[in-house]
Write a protein that binds this ligand. Structure first.
Ligand code: G6P
Ligand code: MG
Length: 238
């Protein structure tokens, strides 16, 4: 079997998404969008909720509005209202909301000398990391407030790799969204998809959760020539 171009056996950087990976805040984003949609008489279902994972606030609102046209002022008001609903939920987050397996995996990776980043398109991601007491566990943190000052020709994971000083082929992205997994792939990185395997079709490895995931076994699955890896069924290209 041929080795995939650019990927190395040695993994030297791990890049964790925040919402739905470090903490179960993806459900809080969904609840806030659902509340806004109900108030505005807009349709909302689980399929739409999945489409909004990993998508910026304004792009999410465009998707939610569909064909409904609104003025720029009203658009801003709707986005701010959703954010205020989400903010109400964030205030009660604590370290008990860190998802199972996250800390032990990060500790095991750190002890192997792997550099670790938190990267999110959310402008609230730092707040999530502060409330869950995870902010100091990363070598670098990039959130939605940082993205506008980066070179737009590189995606957020490429910026993280540069800041970590690790080449993309030695980085792994942990993501719960299809858009995030696609961005990792576009950056030339392997990925661990967390959650519904159908949503994470192109992830290198797909698992339900990080609970009980052994770091050594995970690194074996991520090896370019791994013979076996848990992945999404019915997906041919990875
Ligand atoms: C993450 C979440 C999305 C959210 C986006 C922007 O990627 O998965 O659901 O829309 O961040 O979040 P923000 O907190 O800036 O509205
Ligand atoms: Mg996410």
């Amino acid at each position: 079997m041929s080795r995939r171009r650019g990927l190395t056996d040695s993994v030297r950087g791990f890049i964790f998404d925040v919402d739905g990976v470090i903490a179960d805040t993806a459900v809080l984003h969904t609840a806030a969008w659902r509340r806004l949609a109900a108030e505005e008489g807009l349709p909302f279902d689980e399929n739409l909720a999945d489409q909004l994972r990993g998508v910026s606030r304004s792009e999410s609102l465009r998707i939610l509005l569909g064909d409904v046209k609104v003025s720029p002022e009203r658009f801003e008001e709707l986005a701010a209202r959703k954010n205020s609903y989400y903010g109400e939920c964030l205030s009660s987050l604590t370290e008990a909301d860190v998802l199972p397996g996250v800390r032990s995996l990060m500790d095991a990776l750190s002890s192997r000398g792997v550099r670790i980043a938190a990267v999110s398109v959310s402008r609230n991601a730092r707040t999530v990391l502060i409330h869950t007491r995870m902010i100091d566990a990363f070598d670098i943190v990039i959130d939605g407030n940082d993205l506008p000052r980066f070179n737009p020709t590189l995606n957020r994971f490429q910026h993280a790799a540069r800041l970590l000083r690790v080449e993309p082929g030695a980085c792994v992205v942990v993501e719960d969204s299809a858009t995030g997994v696609a961005a990792a792939r576009a950056a030339g990185m392997r990925s661990v998809g967390i959650g519904d395997a159908d949503r994470l079709c192109v992830a290198t490895v797909a698992v339900d959760s990080l609970r009980d995931i052994d770091a050594a076994r995970l690194l074996t699955w991520l090896s370019p020539n791994a013979r076996h890896r848990p992945s999404a069924a019915f997906c041919s290209s990875r």
